[in-house]
Design a protein around this ligand. Structure first.
Ligand SMILES: NC(=O)c1ccc[n+]([C@@H]2O[C@H](COP(=O)([O-])OP(=O)(O)OC[C@H]3O[C@@H](n4cnc5c(N)ncnc54)[C@H](OP(=O)(O)O)[C@@H]3O)[C@@H](O)[C@H]2O)c1
Length: 320
């Protein structure tokens, strides 16, 4: 599949990328699990190195993924490979930065920490991570980010928001050039709410949760998900999990074969030109191998098979 262009970065990557939250290992925030369970360093490095050597060239990580462990592992994988990749990392704002609508001196220190962990002198993409939804990005002072760009420490910047209207606000305010938000076969609101604006403003969009937290998985047509205590998914709202699984069953009832579900969900995200990268989170080497197979089969497709994709849009009402 044709590479996609990153505005503001002047680089191109394959549209299918990898999310590195899953390889961060078990950790918690305020006593609540914030990771996806334990993973040995050897396994995590095997995942990253296999992906890089096989042509995956976009990786999303964050300082908040187990206090930088995910960044450190990605840094080690980069050191052990020679391929060129694009890395996006994220930094959380302090309460004071939110209040002042400005970035402090400490923010530059946090950027330096990411640079050290990733073993690089430049962060391609730096995103503000999960800031409060009520920030007005037109008012927020971005001069420090522009300064960091001039110093060559970051390529471009943007925000990964929690809510949809906050996401829209980022693009409308032209805060940098990158927005990261949820997009998958069941969460399709970005198609109407974000994509026209994104294309118009020449923004980049990173589609996160393309497998809806791993619930878009044929195994859940026959078994109920059971998440360990150290997997943050054990804290997901049960009604949302049930809604997602019900949607998965409808998809299957509408003729989509279980073996095709992950591929179709991936294709669904990538059919939109507004999506610069869809980042799948992987936890095992087997999942990477499956993702690589999907990537190769999409590459070989002359065009997307329209039937199942149109089917998705008619199967479900839009998420309210
Ligand atoms: N606010 C933010 O900025 C934010 C929030 C969320 C995510 N993210 C980013 O987005 C990335 C991905 O989104 P996500 O974390 O919501 O998860 P996701 O990509 O929707 O789902 C990840 C899960 O999908 C399953 N999976 C992976 N490969 C598979 C395959 N080949 N076949 C079947 N299932 C497969 C795995 O589930 P099992 O573990 O059950 O095997 C994996 O843990 C994260 O890694 C992170 O980089 C950012």
């Amino acid at each position: 599949m044709k590479k996609r262009y990153w505005y503001g970065l002047n680089k191109e990557t394959n549209p299918l990328g990898i999310g590195c939250w899953q390889i961060a290992g078990a950790h918690s925030i305020n006593g609540k699990p914030n990771g996806w369970g334990n993973i040995e360093e050897k396994e995590a490095l095997n995942i990253l190195i296999t992906a890089i050597k096989s042509g995956i060239d976009f990786f999303d990580t964050a300082q908040g993924y187990n206090e930088g462990r995910s960044e450190k592992l990605l840094g080690k994988a980069i050191k052990q490979t020679s391929e060129s990749i694009v890395v996006c990392t994220k930094i959380v704002l302090t309460d004071d930065e939110v209040k002042q609508q400005n970035l402090s001196y400490g923010f530059s220190e946090r950027v330096n920490e990411s640079l050290r962990r990733l073993g690089t002198d430049r962060l391609d993409i730096l995103l503000i991570h999960n800031p409060p939804d009520n920030i007005n990005w037109k008012e927020f002072n971005k001069s420090k980010l522009i300064e960091l760009q001039k110093e060559g420490k970051i390529g471009t910047f943007g925000v990964s928001t929690r809510g949809l209207s906050a996401a829209k606000n980022v693009v409308e305010a032209k805060f940098g050039t990158v927005l990261e938000w949820v997009f998958n076969i069941f969460e399709r609101r970005p198609v109407d709410v974000l994509f026209p604006l994104i294309e118009q403003q020449k923004f980049n969009f990173i589609a996160r949760s393309p497998l809806s937290r791993g619930l878009i998985n044929p195994k859940y047509l026959i078994t109920k998900p059971e998440f360990g205590k150290d997997d943050f998914r054990s804290t997901l709202p049960l009604d949302w999990v049930e809604w997602t699984l019900d949607s998965l069953r409808k998809l299957n009832a509408n003729g989509i074969a279980p073996t095709e579900i992950v591929k179709i969900a991936t294709q669904y995200c990538l059919q939109y030109n507004a999506v610069t990268s869809a980042i799948i989170g992987v936890r095992t080497i087997k999942q990477v191998e499956e993702i690589l197979k999907i990537n190769a089969s999409i590459n070989n497709d002359e065009q997307f098979k329209s039937n199942p994709l149109e089917g998705i849009a008619t199967c479900f009402p839009k998420w309210a």
